[in-house]
Design a protein around this ligand. Structure first.
Ligand code: MHF
Ligand code: KIV
Ligand code: MG
Length: 279
């Protein structure tokens, strides 16, 4: 299993870091078997698995339930779990309680939170001091979609890029062991990766970041999700599943399934007795 120090070493050695989301045991197992360096139990869970339009409705209980399943599927992979919407900005005790539950009840290795406001920076410091590895998340922060006015590319102006750089440095100084940088121009992803000591894991941040993260369902073409420009589909599972399910419906309707090989038999004499009614 990777460690935060090991991930830092990978950056120093210019070895790319791979990360992907997973939300349940079988997908986590496949992600682990593929040799992924890290698994993210993302709050994108709400959109790709729970059927919400954004990540905002996702609760701490949702995250914990899925994080436990992911750990059961991937015993040997470094797992990061998102803090859900507004679970860390208002009450430090609540944030600590969630981090405690993630670490103790799910067996995950780290938590991730969005943004770099004063409260977040202070929380990163305090959690890290308490022994909880924290990953930051800058650029497009989906929990702020209502403030940002949509899922837009961030850091496009000099000022916005400088702000991202300042935020990244503040998170690093506060003790974050790595940062996700989402949906920024490639040169901004490159600048952040050059400037920071900690690994920058990009999603829609170009090829020069220290690693990449994508959403499992996007990579596999599974589900009814809008696929952003930065996603590469490595498979198209939805039509495969659709065909299989339609075939099942057809075969049941037509009496083709269950076939001979899927049926159980009983001894002739038992059957005869059953129909004959003799004891
Ligand atoms: N399935 C899925 N994949 C994701 O990557 C993802 C989620 N869900 N949910 C949480 C956030 C939301 N994300 C998103 C969603 C949409 C765009 C998007 O449509 N972006 C436009 C850019 C528009 C512009 O030019 O500013 C795009 O075309 O990529 C980006 C990130 C990333 N995360
Ligand atoms: C898109 C990634 C970085 C994320 O935060 C999530 O999946 O929730
Ligand atoms: Mg997230």
């Amino acid at each position: 299993m990777k460690t935060t120090a090991g991930l830092r070493k990978m950056k120093e050695n210019k070895e790319k870091i791979t990360m992907m989301t997973a939300y349940d045991a079988p997908s986590a197992k496949l992600v682990e078997q593929a040799g992924m360096d890290m698994i993210l139990v993302g709050d994108s869970l709400g959109m790709v698995v729970l059927g919400y339009d954004s990540t905002i409705p996702v609760t701490t209980e949702d995250m914990l339930l899925h994080a436990r399943a992911v750990r059961r599927g991937a015993r040997d992979t470094f797992i990061v779990v998102d803090f859900p919407f507004l679970s860390y900005q208002t009450d430090r005790t609540e944030a600590f309680r969630y981090a405690q539950r993630v670490m103790q009840e799910t067996g995950a290795n780290a938590v991730k939170l969005e943004g770099a406001g004063e409260v977040v920076i202070q929380l990163v410091e305090q959690l890290t001091a308490a022994g909880v590895p924290v990953m930051g998340h800058l650029g497009l922060t989906p929990q702020s979609v209502e403030v940002l006015g949509g899922y837009r590319v961030q850091g496009k102006s000099r000022e916005a890029a400088e702000q991202l750089l300042a935020d990244a440095k503040a998170l690093e100084a506060a003790g974050a062991f790595a940062l996700v940088v989402e949906c920024v121009p490639e040169p901004v992803g490159a600048l952040l990766s050059e400037t920071c000591q900690v690994p920058i894991i990009g999603i829609g941040a170009g090829v020069h970041t220290d690693g990449q993260v994508l959403v499992y369902h996007d990579v596999l073409g599974y589900g009814d999700v809008h696929v952003p420009k930065f996603v590469k589909r490595y498979a198209t599972l939805s039509p495969v599943i659709e065909d299989a399910l339609k075939m099942y419906v057809h075969e049941v309707k037509e009496g083709i399934f269950p076939g001979e090989e899927h049926r159980f038999t009983m001894k002739e004499e038992e059957l005869a007795a059953l129909y004959g009614g003799s004891k």
